[in-house]
Design a binder for this molecule. Sequence first.
Ligand SMILES: Cc1cc2nc3c(=O)[nH]c(=O)nc-3n(C[C@H](O)[C@H](O)[C@H](O)COP(=O)(O)O)c2cc1C
Length: 155
Amino acid sequence: MSKVCIVFASMTGNTEEIKEILVNTISKYTEVDVYEMDMVGVDVIEDYDYVLIGSYTYDDGDIPFEAEDFYEELEGLDLSGKYASCFGSGDTLYVDFCNAAVLFEERVIEQGGVIIEPALKIELSPSYDDQKEKCVQFAQRVIEYMGGGQSKTAN
Ligand SMILES: Cc1cc2nc3c(=O)[nH]c(=O)nc-3n(C[C@H](O)[C@H](O)[C@H](O)COP(=O)(O)O)c2cc1C
C-alpha cells in the first residue's frame, strides 16, 4: 500500500478545510498522515511515496510565512522517486491566484519529483460555490494514480 502524507499551511482555515476533504476521501483508500508545515522539516517527506503539499498564498503571489522554511529547505532535498501534488486556497481578487501552490509545484519538479496532478486551486473556502466536489475529484484522481479506486475496507 502506498504511503501518503499531506503537509499544509493555513492561516484562516481555508487550506485546512481543503486538507480535510482530501484526507476524508483518500483515507477511504489508504492511510494518510498529516503535518502542519511549520511544525516539521522537509525530511518528513522521506518516509512517503506520495506527498500532497498545501499552502495558501500571501502578498503578491508569495509563499506565506508559515511555509517559507519548508519551501526553502525543499531546495536541498532529492525528490526523485516521489509523487506529489500541490493545493491551496487563494483569492481571485489577487493577480497571482493561488500562486504558492504553483511555486511548490515548480520546486517539486526542480528537485526531481513527479507531479501527478496539476495544482488544485480553491477560491477561499471549499464550501463556497460547491468547490468541495473539485477537491473530492482531485483526491480521487490521486487515488487512481496510486492504482486505487477501491476503498480500504474492500482490499
Ligand atoms: C495580505 C494578503 C495577501 C494575499 N495575497 C494573495 C495572493 O497574492 N494570491 C491569492 O490567490 N490570494 C492571496 N490572498 C488570499 C488568501 O490566500 C486567502 O484568503 C486564503 O483563503 C487564505 O487561506 P487560509 O485560510 O488557508 O489561510 C492574500 C490574503 C492576504 C490577507
